[in-house]
Design a protein around this ligand. Structure first.
Ligand SMILES: Nc1ncnc2c1ncn2[C@@H]1O[C@H](COP(=O)(O)OP(=O)(O)OP(=O)(O)O)[C@@H](O)[C@H]1O
Ligand SMILES: [Mg+2]
Length: 261
């Protein structure tokens, strides 16, 4: 099997203690250069899946990238290929934004190669610039707004320039402009040759920016595919118990229009 351009995630089982949340779950191939949106109701298991993939939660299954199984790697080795941005971000950290980004880079030397200090600073500042938060570089994390903290957390993941980025609700605290910025960023990160998986609750953000959508419900996949294949009125009704229409806007982009419960 040629796996160089995709991440193949198969037979993932994970949970907490004796409680199994995800049982033998396999994902459609995650292609290099694409953004996959993972959507689904609260408690569907989206964060659990991302934690299992990142190695923060013990899990069984396989994740094949370039013929190697990430699940068999040590956490450090896995972290050199993949980073995970958690849904909840600690608030009580007194580090400045730039210190937090530098510490994320130092915590896990990528590809087993340690990076020179000068390069670390350059990469950290470039990342803040790319995310549009250079002006926050010296601000302590615990004095940021919720959305600013979310952008700083994103910077910590992006600075490591991983092959695979797992972002758990990176837009949940953001205003409209920052949501659009972050979705554009996911696209540009993907186009650089990465694999991006992003958990979203906003179906319209998912439809507009993702190449592929995976709908999860009760620890399993309900549908997946291109936006209009994965998100249909019937699926939204089944999964969220909400009546919607999927219509094309005047520019031809599919949009979810909510009718009601
Ligand atoms: N640390 C934990 N210990 C025990 N059970 C947990 C833990 N974290 C999550 N769960 C349970 O696992 C299930 C899936 O939770 P998960 O956080 O993966 O959902 P989610 O799809 O990310 O939801 P949300 O959209 O609300 O973030 C839920 O029933 C939840 O109660
Ligand atoms: Mg979650």
């Amino acid at each position: 099997m040629v796996t160089g351009n995709q991440l193949i995630v198969n037979n993932i089982t994970a949970g907490y203690g004796k409680r199994v949340i995800i049982n033998d779950l396999s994902l459609p191939p995650l292609q290099t250069g694409t953004v996959t949106a993972l959507v689904g109701p609260n408690a569907a298991g989206k964060s659990t899946l991302l934690r299992a993939m990142s190695g923060l939660l013990s899990a069984s299954g396989s994740m094949i990238l370039n013929d190697s199984d990430l699940m068999q790697m040590s956490l450090t080795e896995r972290a050199s290929h993949l980073t995970f941005m958690p849904q909840s971000i600690p608030q009580d950290v007194s580090l400045s934004v730039i210190e937090a980004v530098i510490s994320a880079l130092k915590a896990s030397p990528l590809d087993g190669v340690s990076i020179k200090n000068s390069e670390i600073y350059e990469r950290a500042f470039k990342t803040l610039d790319r995310i549009g938060i250079s002006h926050l570089a010296l601000s302590p994390l615990n004095q940021l707004s919720g959305g600013q903290r979310q952008m700083a957390s994103l910077a910590r993941s992006v600075v490591r320039e991983p092959k695979v980025l797992l972002l758990d609700e990176p837009t949940s605290a953001l205003d409209l402009r920052h949501q659009v910025q972050v979705m554009e960023l996911t696209r540009s990160l993907a186009r650089e040759g990465r694999i991006v998986v992003v958990v979203l609750h906003d179906l319209n953000l998912a439809m507009r920016w993702a190449d592929q959508i995976i709908v999860m419900q009760k620890g399993a996949i309900t549908s997946s595919g291109k936006p209009e294949e994965a998100i249909t009125p019937k699926i939204v009704r089944d999964v969220y118990q909400v009546n919607v229409r999927v219509e094309r806007c005047s520019q031809g982009n599919p949009q979810v229009v909510i009718d009601g419960l």
